[in-house]
Design a protein around this ligand. Structure first.
Ligand SMILES: NC(=O)C1=CN([C@@H]2O[C@H](COP(=O)(O)OP(=O)(O)OC[C@H]3O[C@@H](n4cnc5c(N)ncnc54)[C@H](O)[C@@H]3O)[C@@H](O)[C@H]2O)C=CC1
Ligand SMILES: O=C(O)C(=O)[C@H](O)COP(=O)(O)O
Length: 382
C-alpha cells in the first residue's frame, strides 16, 4: 500500500511504518507542491490544510482509496468529489482544539498584563461553540472569566447550553472566533466580520481570530485601523495565506503564522487520529498510540507555594506557552523567510497538561481545571 503524507506531520513514519507499507511506499511531500503525477499509484493520501484536495489533484489517482487530513478544518477538501469517487475520507476533529484554546488564554494573559486589566472584569464572546470554542469556554470557566457562546447551528440542533445572538457576542469585551470557513448554508462565515461589523467595533474591544483568515474582511480591517481605531487585534490566521496582507501586522497586538493549533500534542494527535481512521478502513489492528512517541517536555514538574491569583496565572501560562515568542518570530522573519517557512520550522511548544504541579496546602483548582496536571504526593517524593 503506497501512503503519501505531508512532511509536516509529526510521527507519521512512526505511526505508518509497517502499516502494510514497505519502506519505499511511505513517501512524504511538500504540502503546497504536491502534483497529480505524484498520486498516480498512491493508495492513501494524508494532507494538512495547505493542500487543496480536488478533482484537479486527484483525477489521475485511480488507485486512491483514502484521503485524510490531520486538521480540524476541512475547507481545503472537496468532499463531494471524494464521495463521487467512493474515496473514504477522514479529518481529525478536535485534534488541536486544546492548543488553540491555550493560544487564546496566552494572548489574554499577555494583554491583561500589558494593559493592566483583570480577566475576571471582561466578558469573552466565543463565536463557534464546537470543539475549540467549548475547550476555550471550559478554560475561562476554570478562571472565573465570563463568556457568551454564539452558535446558531448548535442552538437549532438542540444543544442545551445557553446561547447568545451574534450581536450579543460581537458586543463583548473580547471577541474570539472559532467557526469553520463556510460560504454557503444558513450561517456562512466568509467575512462574518465584514466592513459594517468591523466599523461597529469599539476602541476598547479585543478581536482574536484563530480560525480562518477569510472569516474577517482583512482589507476592511486594515482601513478601519488606518482610520485610527484602537480596537486591539490578535491575528493567527489571515486572508489568502501564505500571501497575506502584511500591512495589517503593525496594527495588531499579536500576529502569528497560523500556529494556534501547533502544540506538539495538537499536531501529533492529528496524525494519530488518521492512523486510527486508516486502521478502521483497512481493517488493521490499532497497536500504537501517541504516548509512545511524545518526548518528555523540557519542564514537566513545578511546585507552587501560593494560592491561585491572576499574577500566578500569568507566570505559569507564560512558562508553558508565551504567545509573544511566536509574535516576535513572525514580525522578524515574515519578509525574509515567508509564511510557510515560519510554520515549517515552528519551535517546540507543549500543552499545559505536560506540566504537573505540586502544591502544599494551596488552592490551585483553577490551574488544574485550566489543564495543568496535579502531582500527587507519591510522585512528588520520587
Ligand atoms: N488557527 C489554527 O491553528 C486552527 C484553526 N482551526 C479552525 O477553527 C475552526 C473551528 O474549530 P473547531 O471548533 O474545532 O470546529 P468544530 O467543527 O468543532 O466547531 C465549529 C463550530 O462553529 C459553529 N458555526 C458554524 N458556523 C457558525 C456561525 N456562522 N456562527 C457561529 N457558529 C458557527 C458550528 O456549528 C460548530 O459548532 C476550524 O474549522 C478550523 O478552520 C482549527 C484548528 C487550528
Ligand atoms: O486543524 C486546523 O484546521 C488548522 O488550522 C491547523 O492548525 C492547520 O495546520 P496545517 O495543516 O496548515 O499545518
Amino acid at each position: 500500500m503506497k501512503i503519501l503524507f505531508d512532511e509536516n506531520m509529526p510521527f507519521a513514519r512512526e505511526f505508518f511504518e509497517n502499516f502494510g507499507a514497505k519502506e519505499n511506499e511511505l513517501v512524504s511531500f511538500k504540502g503546497r507542491e504536491l502534483t497529480a503525477e505524484q498520486l498516480i499509484d498512491a493508495d492513501v493520501l494524508l494532507v494538512r490544510s495547505i493542500t487543496q484536495v480536488n478533482e484537479q489533484l486527484l483525477n489521475d489517482a485511480r488507485k486512491l482509496k483514502f484521503v485524510g487530513t490531520a486538521t480540524i478544518g476541512v475547507d481545503h477538501i472537496d468532499r463531494a468529489y471524494l464521495a463521487s469517487r467512493n474515496i473514504a475520507f477522514s479529518s481529525s476533529p478536535g485534534c488541536n482544539a486544546i492548543s488553540v484554546a491555550e493560544y487564546v488564554v496566552s494572548a489574554l494573559v499577555v494583554l491583561a498584563e500589558k494593559y493592566l486589566f483583570a480577566l475576571t472584569d471582561k466578558t469573552i464572546g466565543i463565536i463557534g461553540a464546537g470543539n475549540t470554542g467549548t475547550r476555550l469556554s471550559e478554560k475561562l470557566e476554570a478562571l472565573g472569566v465570563n463568556y457568551k457562546l454564539c452558535d446558531p447551528l448548535l442552538n437549532d440542533a438542540g444543544d442545551n447550553r445557553a446561547f447568545s445572538t451574534l450581536e450579543e457576542a460581537l458586543a463583548c469585551d473580547v471577541i474570539s472566533l472559532h467557526v469553520p470557513l463556510t460560504r454557503e448554508g444558513s450561517n456562512p462565515t466568509y467575512h462574518l466580520l465584514n466592513d459594517e461589523r468591523i466599523t461597529a467595533l469599539s476602541d476598547e474591544q479585543i478581536v482574536i481570530n484563530a480560525c480562518r483568515g477569510e472569516v474577517i474582511d482583512n482589507k476592511a480591517l486594515l482601513s478601519f485601523k488606518r482610520q485610527g481605531a484602537a480596537t486591539r487585534l490578535v491575528l493567527d490566521v489571515w486572508e489568502n495565506e501564505p500571501n497575506i496582507l502584511s500591512e495589517l501586522i503593525p496594527f495588531t497586538e499579536l500576529s502569528t503564522a497560523h500556529i494556534a493549533g501547533y502544540s506538539l500534542e495538537g499536531k501529533a494527535r492529528g496524525t494519530e487520529m488518521l492512523y486510527q481512521a486508516l486502521a478502521k478502513v483497512f481493517d488493521f489492528k490499532v497497536e500504537k498510540s501517541l504516548s509512545q512517541f511524545l518526548p518528555k517536555p523540557s519542564i514537566n514538574r513545578i511546585k507552587i507555594n501560593q494560592d491561585f491569583d491572576e499574577i500566578l496565572l500569568n507566570q505559569v501560562v507564560k512558562m508553558v506557552y508565551d504567545v509573544r515568542r511566536d509574535d516576535a518570530i513572525f514580525r522578524q522573519q515574515l519578509s525574509r523567510f515567508g509564511f510557510d517557512h515560519i510554520r515549517k520550522t515552528y519551535p517546540a511548544r507543549r500543552e499545559f497538561s505536560s506540566v504537573a504541579i505540586a502544591s502544599e496546602n494551596t488552592e490551585l483548582n483553577s490551574l488544574f481545571q485550566l489543564g495543568f496536571e496535579r502531582l500527587c504526593k507519591i510522585e512528588e517524593e520520587q
